[in-house]
Design a protein around this ligand. Sequence first.
Ligand code: ZN
Ligand code: ZN
Length: 184
Amino acid sequence: MRVCGIDGCEEKHYAFSCCHKHYDYNRRRGTLHIPKKKTLTERILDNIKIVGGCWEWQKCVTPLGYGHIRTNGITRLAHRESYKVFVGEIPAGLYVMHSCDNPCCCNPEHLLVGTTQDNTRDRQEKGRGASGEQCGASKLTERDVLSIRSRLALGEKQAPIAREYNLDPSTISSIYTGRNWKHI
Ligand SMILES: [Zn+2]
Ligand SMILES: [Zn+2]
């Protein structure tokens, strides 16, 4: 039989590690040790491992490598939640991007908000534009996806973009319609 957790008390356990008498006593004094719900900040810090400066998400990683976390019953992207907790609100319509190109990273210092145009520029500055670099569908970074989407939105044709990225045209159209990469 589980007994009361108070030193010297052998009464039957009732709740919160106390017998009925000690439960009542502590409840009245406001000293019941009710397990505290972890805050979002604590949950994020508990779920990461620091690898080379990146805070790599350890749980529930999507096929594209993004971390997932459930808050208020909704599954959300861990790096966006981390940005909100450690940096601030994400302005409407903006994306949270990784300066480290590591999708599962939640280090707020590696996260920045930007528009799809910023993504395109960033990509060009890093010399990853139309360099003919081999890039399979699974190797697309979020910047690639955002860049492809904004170029299509600006009226570029799908076929040349598909060639540039060495992708099947159907992949390009599914990026555009959001059938894949819905979360970006
Ligand atoms: Zn007791
Ligand atoms: Zn990082």
